[in-house]
Design a protein around this ligand. Structure first.
Ligand code: QAP
Ligand code: CO
Length: 168
């Protein structure tokens, strides 16, 4: 396992569309292991493969609170089957936009289908933080960041802040 470098805005690779995975094999599991280790080290609660420069439809997540037992989750080729009409606002952040947070409104509940760590097809219902996180991470697979849901002014302020912090 290895900790990989997390790309930050305005890295153009963050705008790439990630490709579906053909088979969940040991090589892909090694990638998922590295992603989880990178996310835990950050620390964060969700990470998409493109955030470490790999344009594949892979997400890792762990929503367990500090002190609770770890609860790693892996999502390969995820699809949203249904999204609620009802939306909910949530103050989001992103490891690729460090130290910047703002509210994004998204469907409150979604049903999804994906392949797990073992390549088995799974369907799940997501609400609250799980719903926010999976939609945020699935946006990454389409080259979309949470700041793309904000006004242009806020988006530019966020990018400026990250660039400035990096230069310092
Ligand atoms: C996406 O985000 C997310 O700015 C995962 O300095 C965010 O793990 C899903 C992080 C909100 C649901 C709700 C961000 C760490 C971590 C930062 C993250 C930072 C350090 C973000
Ligand atoms: Co993110």
């Amino acid at each position: 396992m290895a900790i990989r470098e997390i790309l930050t805005v305005p890295d153009p690779r963050l705008k790439l569309r990630s490709q579906p995975v053909e088979t969940v094999d040991d090589e892909l599991r090694a990638l998922m292991d590295d992603m989880l280790e990178t996310m835990y080290a950050a620390p964060g609660i969700g990470l998409a493969a493109i955030q470490i420069g790999v344009p594949k439809q892979v997400i890792v997540m762990d929503l367990a609170r500090e002190g609770e037992e770890k609860q790693p989750r892996y999502f390969v080729n995820p699809e949203i089957l249904w999204a609620s009409e009802e939306t909910q606002p949530y103050e989001e952040g992103c490891l690729s936009v460090p130290e910047f947070y703002d509210e994004v409104e998204r469907p409150a509940r979604v049903k999804l289908r994906y392949l797990n760590y073992h390549g088995e097809t799974v369907e799940a219902d997501a609400e609250r933080l799980f719903a926010v996180c999976i939609q945020h991470e699935m946006d990454h697979l389409n080259g979309v960041l949470f700041i793309d849901h904000l006004s242009r002014l806020k988006r530019e302020q966020a990018i400026k802040k990250v660039k400035k912090a990096k230069a310092a």
